[in-house]
Design a protein around this ligand. Structure first.
Ligand code: GLA
Length: 730
């Protein structure tokens, strides 16, 4: 990896192992152009790419054609209202009420390592494995600086990009829109891949052609959302795992976002990713900075598979900080689907005792243990123990659970307030609301205005009190509604547009304090299932609850979409009871186990009420988890078949980094009579190693398994699964 500035041609060249990213300063005005991003180019030819753009760069002297230049020039970070009619990178209103901005080169700095992004999650690296470039652009007329940051990481084909704005004028500047990155490139008949969804069906894959104008996804719900993921990819060969140029982008942010592509009249593309311009305004005072969140750019010359594995490696090695990231996670049993709100200590202890016999290691007490919460209509904010349910208090329960031999975890939803709560009686003004308007309830609750210091402190103190009151080793941090009525009873009117971003910064601040004060805590984020499953939250928690849909078949789709970007070790996945509570489907117990095994693995059922056969099966699943969890946690993920697209059969494989061990999971969703034989071409194995296939005596070379494939004989019936272990050691 290297970052260079070539003085002679005024070019910046970023080189990762297999990619080049080239920018250049042109014209006496100092426009910063984006000239190339893709397969690595020999450094000797870096300047050649300059010639591929526009032949004449004379806007400084050729006023007549200035607008045609500006509207075509591949800006690295475009201005607005100055002649470029494409979707702008930034949009402002200055103190005179004008909205023009044009950012040109001022200076740059290249250094080892990577700076932190103040108040925000971001990829990290040290002086040995990371290099960074900062290019400062300036608009001297309005006094605005934009510092564009780029970081590259040893051995990884990614670039982390972000922008910091600084107001060097004597007046405030209103920021109406700040993209973290825009990138202009040629249209080569790409499709846009995004992830869409809803509650209980998050992160479904959506491929669509890129038409003229804008094609985008966004969230302005105050969180990254069930509906869209802050991710997009441009793909040449559709869903091919191993062919076709693929550009992936993931936003390290958990709030409102927009991600899209604008196809211009000249058939060029401008990609963009940043905080959603809807519901965003930021008053940048004189001398102040605004830090936009970071985007990860990930180019793969050979399809989605490599893009996925690169994201996994980056997030595992340069984003997730938790000490748990490299550790085997405790196998937990969560009481939500077992009891919902209807439980007491006795019930939890009964579950714990039975769980212990099966090798389960932690009990997580979910919603309903506090205030007067017997359904979802009350008590959020009242974080004191309901002693009618937990007789003798929380500490007694935790001690008793520990005595049984299980660790203990707890659920909280710190960002919320129920109108029916003591907290609301005392502080109705603490909820996010627009003065004079009754705020919209969702799940009968409101959201706390965390941007207000006293509210922030109250929330943190409650979390701290709860966690310090007993030996609590895990926290499930939930967030069960999205933001509406964006108002704040304390923010000034010219700052109300800052609420959504300030809210997110406050959530990050709370979680930062939490992981600092409780470094050994295992934190799992959650939001009505998987509405805040994003790279931002992974900076604080090594795992996130993937979806409230625990049905093994629905999970195939949800987990495929999630694993497209995020490591398997981050996907909260549990075995639940049947008929499934969300879709009513009954699947074999081992299928539920095999599917959950690819995630963090755990249980979400009343273990005292299931059949003896299923209880026995848990022991085997627990054994599998201990045997294989390191492969899932650290290995390389290969998608082999997609039920989401073929509607019949799903298969994926994880190969250990040393390629000596691999696990193949196959799920036959729909059994077909008299069908063709099913042969899977196995990817990712060492072509020269021979692998013993599961319990058979067959030993086959990796190269043969890739070229000729492995025949999969599935048990008869719908919803059947098979786990096949391949090892070159045994
Ligand atoms: C959300 C979570 C569930 C559960 C409930 C409790 O829906 O996703 O797992 O914790 O809240 O109210």
């Amino acid at each position: 990896m290297d970052i260079r500035y070539i003085e002679e041609n005024r070019l910046f060249v970023l080189e990762t192992e297999n990619t080049s990213y080239i920018m250049g300063i042109v014209d006496e005005e100092g426009f910063l152009g984006h000239f190339y991003y893709g397969d690595r180019i020999d450094p000797r030819d870096s300047s050649y790419v300059l010639n591929l753009i526009e032949p004449e760069y004379t806007p400084g002297t050729n006023g007549r054609d200035r607008s045609s230049f500006l509207d075509r020039f591949p800006f690295e970070y475009s201005g607005s209202n100055v002649g470029d009619y494409r979707n702008d990178s930034i949009n402002i209103t200055d103190h005179n009420g004008n909205g023009s901005v044009l950012l040109c080169y001022d200076s740059h700095e290249i250094f080892k390592g990577k700076k932190k992004l103040e108040g925000l999650p971001a990829a990290f690296g040290n002086e040995n494995d990371t290099m960074s470039l900062e290019i400062t652009l300036i608009d001297k007329i309005i006094g605005l600086k934009a510092v564009l940051s780029y970081s590259i990481f040893d051995g990884l084909d990614v670039i982390a990009r972000s922008v910091r704005l600084e107001n060097t004028s004597d007046y405030p500047i209103m920021l109406n829109k700040v993209m973290s990155m825009t990138m202009d490139m040629d249209n080569e008949n790409y499709q846009l891949l995004t992830l869409y969804g809803s509650w209980a069906r998050e992160r479904m894959m959506d491929f669509r052609p890129i038409g003229y104008g804008d094609t985008l996804v966004e969230s302005f719900r105050g969180e990254s959302s069930h509906q869209f993921q802050p991710f997009m990819a441009l793909v040449r060969n559709g869903d091919s795992q191993d062919t076709g140029k693929t550009y992936g982008f993931s936003f390290i942010y958990s709030g409102n976002f927009q991600a899209g592509v604008c196809r211009s009249q000249f058939d060029s593309l401008r990609l963009y990713m940043g905080i959603c311009e809807k519901n965003f305004r930021w008053k940048l005072e004189k001398g102040k900075c605004f830090q936009a969140p970071e985007v990860i750019l990930n180019y793969s010359p050979c399809g989605l598979g490599k893009m996925t594995r690169t994201f996994h490696d980056l997030f595992r090695n340069h984003l997730i900080r938790s000490p748990y990231k490299d550790k085997e996670r405790p196998i937990l049993i969560n009481n939500w689907e077992a009891t919902y709100f209807n439980f007491d200590s006795e019930k939890l202890l009964a579950i714990a005792k039975e769980a212990k016999k099966s090798g389960i290691e932690m009990l997580v007490m979910d919603d309903g243990w506090f205030g007067e919460r017997n359904d979802d209509n009350s008590s959020l904010g009242d974080w004191y123990v309901n002693e009618n349910k937990l007789k003798g208090g929380l500490k007694k329960l935790v001690d008793d659970i520990n005595e049984i031999g299980l660790r203990f975890g707890i659920w909280m939803e710190p960002e919320m307030i129920s109108p029916k709560s003591r907290l609301y009686e005392e502080h109705p003004d603490w909820a996010i609301q627009v003065e004079g308007r009754v705020p919209c309830r969702s799940r009968n609750q409101l959201v706390l205005d965390l941007t207000r210091q006293e509210v922030f402190e109250y929330v943190y103190d409650r979390i701290k009190d709860v966690l310090s009151s007993a030996n609590i080793e895990y926290l499930k941090w939930d967030m069960n509604r999205q933001l509406t009525d964006l108002g704040s009873l304390w923010l000034d009117s010219d700052r109300k547009g800052e609420l959504s971003h300030r809210y997110m910064l406050a959530v990050y601040d709370l979680q930062e304090r939490l992981v600092t004060d409780f470094p050994d805590l295992l934190l799992e984020n959650c939001s009505g299932g998987g509405a805040r499953f994003d790279a931002g939250m992974l900076y604080y928690s090594p795992q996130i609850w993937c979806s409230d849909d625990t049905d093994a078949i629905e999970r195939l789709k949800i987990q495929e979409g999630t694993a497209l970007v995020f490591p398997l070790s981050t996907m909260g996945a549990h075995v639940s009871d049947c008929p499934n509570h969300t879709v009513g489907r009954t699947t074999p117990f081992n299928t539920r186990g095999d599917v959950a095994l690819s995630g963090t693995f755990g249980y979400e059922l009343d273990i005292t009420g299931i059949s003896r056969k299923d209880r026995e099966a848990i022991k085997e699943q627990v054994e599998n988890y201990h045997k294989f969890s390191d492969i899932y946690r650290n290995g390389d993920y290969y998608r082999l078949a997609s039920y989401q697209r073929n509607h019949e059969f799903d298969a994926w494989m994880v190969v250990s980094k040393d390629k000596k061990r691999a696990l193949l999971t196959c799920v036959q969703v729909v059994a077909a009579p008299n069908g063709k034989k099913r042969v899977l071409k196995l990817d990712g194995l060492d072509k020269n190693m021979d692998y013993r296939i599961a319990d058979s005596n067959m030993r086959i070379l990796g190269s043969t398994l890739k070229s000729a494939g492995l025949q999969i004989d599935m048990p008869a019936g719908d919803y059947q699964s098979k786990l096949i272990y391949l090892s070159s050691e045994e």
